[in-house]
Design a protein around this ligand. Structure first.
Ligand SMILES: [Zn+2]
Ligand SMILES: [Zn+2]
Length: 411
C-alpha cells in the first residue's frame, strides 16, 4: 500500500495557479484542483484537469479556526462539480518560503474535520489538500483505503520538472558507464533518465534507433508495447509507427494521462503516373497535453477518412478503390529515419534536463530534404477538441475514468 502518489499538471495550468498563489503580496491564497486519476503497479497518479481559483475576500476568507479558508459555499459547489464529473477534489493554498513546505497544525485539523465527509460526497474521491511554497509542494491525500502523503508533483512543459516538499538529497554519483552523458547533464540528469519509463510505439526504422539511443542514455525502463493500457503510466512516449490508428491512440494517451510525447516519421511522395519523386521530408512532432501543445487532431494529422480506410480489410479496400494515399511511400532510407529520430531524442533529453532556453517553442518540425530546409509549423488548437481542450466532453487528464479509443491493438 506504499505506492508513491504523484500529481501531474501541465505548464499553462501550473502557471495560472502559481500566479494566483504568489502575486507578490506574501499573503495566503486559495484554489481547488479537479483531477483525474490513474492507478497502476508503479503507483497512483493524480492528473490536474481544471483549476478553480478562489478570489480573496469572496471564496477565500478569514477562517474561524485557521488563518484563512475556502468558504463552505465554494467547497460545496466545486466538490459537487467533481462528484458529477467523476473527478477528484484537492484544496490548494500557499505558505511563505521557497524550497520547503509543510501543512500547519491548523491545516491538518481542518482536513480531519472536513475530508471524511468530502470522501462520501465525491463517492470515494480521492480528495485532499496541497500546500505550495514557490518551488515546493506537499500533499495530504485521502482515499477510501487510507491517508497518504504526496511524493512529488510533475510539471509538464518544454521543461519537465518535479516539485517536492523539500529539496531532495542526491541519491548517488552517476554510473561510470554513462560518464560522458553525466558530464553534459550532471549526475542529477543521469538519475532522472534512470528512473524514467519510456514507451516506444513502433519498432521499425525510426523506433529501433530511438530504442538504441535511449539505452545508451541509461533510460531505466524502455517498453515497446502492443497494448495501450501498459503505457498509461509512462513518463514519455515516442510514436514511430505509421498507422492512423496508432496516432489516434498515442494522441489519446498523451492527453488523457498527461504523458508528453513525440511523433516521428519520414515521407517520400511519388507521382502515380510519372513516377517522379516529389517532396522528401521528415517530421518530428512534440505533443504536450494542453491546448496549442501540438495535438495531432488539431493539426489535422488524423483524418477520419484515413482512419476508416485502415479499418477496412484488404478485400474491402480493393473493391472500394479507396487508395488516396498510395502515392506516398514510407522510405527505408536510414538517414531520413535518423533525422526525425535524432531531433526527437534530443528534445526528450533537453526537456527532462531543463536545458532548453525558456523561450523555446516546441513546434512540430518538418525538414525538407530536397530543399535542405527546416520548417517550424505554427501551433494550432480547436476550442472543442475532444483530446487537448478542456471542454466538458474532452478526455484531457481524465485518466482511468475514461475510455481509450482502442478498437484494436496498436499495429
Ligand atoms: Zn496552511
Ligand atoms: Zn486537439
Amino acid at each position: 500500500m506504499n505506492k508513491p502518489i504523484e500529481f501531474r499538471i501541465d505548464q499553462p495550468l501550473y502557471q495560472k495557479l502559481h500566479q494566483h498563489l504568489f502575486p507578490g503580496d506574501g499573503d495566503e491564497h486559495g484554489a481547488v484542483i479537479a483531477a483525474g486519476i490513474v492507478e497502476t503497479s508503479r503507483g497512483i497518479r493524480l492528473l490536474a484537469r481544471e483549476v478553480f481559483l478562489a478570489p480573496d475576500g469572496i471564496d477565500y476568507v478569514p477562517g474561524t479556526r485557521g488563518y484563512r479558508a475556502l468558504t463552505a459555499k465554494f467547497v460545496a459547489e466545486i466538490s459537487g462539480y467533481c462528484a458529477e464529473h467523476n473527478l477528484c477534489y484537492f484544496a490548494v493554498h500557499c505558505h511563505g518560503g521557497r524550497n520547503e513546505v509543510c501543512f500547519s497544525a491548523d491545516d491538518i485539523a481542518s482536513h480531519e474535520r472536513g475530508y471524511p465527509a468530502l470522501l462520501d460526497i465525491t463517492r470515494g474521491g480521492p480528495v485532499g489538500a496541497l500546500v505550495f511554497a514557490k518551488n515546493a509542494v506537499a500533499g495530504d491525500i485521502w482515499t477510501p483505503s487510507g491517508r497518504f502523503q504526496l511524493d512529488h508533483m510533475t510539471v509538464i512543459g518544454s521543461h519537465i520538472r518535479r516539485l517536492y516538499p523539500a529539496p531532495q538529497p542526491r541519491l548517488c554519483a552517476a554510473n561510470p558507464m554513462y560518464d560522458r552523458h553525466a558530464r553534459l547533464f550532471g549526475d542529477v540528469g543521469q538519475e532522472i533518465f534512470a528512473n524514467l519509463k519510456v514507451g516506444i510505439i513502433g519498432l521499425g526504422g525510426g523506433g529501433s534507433l530511438i530504442n538504441e539511443w535511449l539505452s545508451h542514455l541509461g533510460v531505466g525502463h524502455i517498453i515497446d508495447e502492443a497494448i495501450a493500457h501498459l503505457l498509461v503510466d509512462a513518463d514519455f512516449l515516442f510514436l514511430a509507427a505509421d498507422s492512423m490508428q496508432s496516432r489516434l491512440v498515442f494522441n489519446a494517451l498523451v492527453h488523457q494521462y498527461l504523458i508528453p510525447g513525440i511523433q516521428i516519421g519520414a515521407k517520400v511522395a511519388v507521382d502515380k503516373q510519372t513516377r517522379q519523386v516529389g517532396d522528401i521530408f521528415t517530421a518530428t512532432r512534440p505533443v504536450l497535453p494542453y491546448a496549442y501543445g501540438g495535438c495531432l487532431h488539431c493539426h489535422e494529422l488524423i483524418p477520419a477518412g484515413r482512419l476508416q480506410q485502415e479499418a477496412l480489410s484488404e478485400e474491402e479496400r480493393r473493391t472500394q478503390r479507396y487508395v488516396e494515399d498510395e502515392d506516398i511511400a514510407q522510405p527505408s532510407v536510414i538517414t531520413l529515419n535518423v533525422k526525425s529520430a535524432e531531433q526527437a531524442v534530443n528534445d526528450f533529453m533537453m526537456m527532462f534536463t531543463g536545458l532548453y532556453q525558456p523561450e523555446v517553442q516546441l513546434c512540430h518540425q518538418l525538414r525538407f530534404a530536397r530543399e535542405r530546409s527546416i520548417i517550424n509549423v505554427e501551433r494550432r488548437a480547436n476550442d472543442d477538441c475532444l483530446d487537448c481542450s478542456s471542454s466538458s466532453r474532452s478526455r484531457r487528464a481524465r485518466g482511468d475514468r475514461y475510455r481509450l479509443p482502442c478498437r484494436m491493438p496498436i499495429a
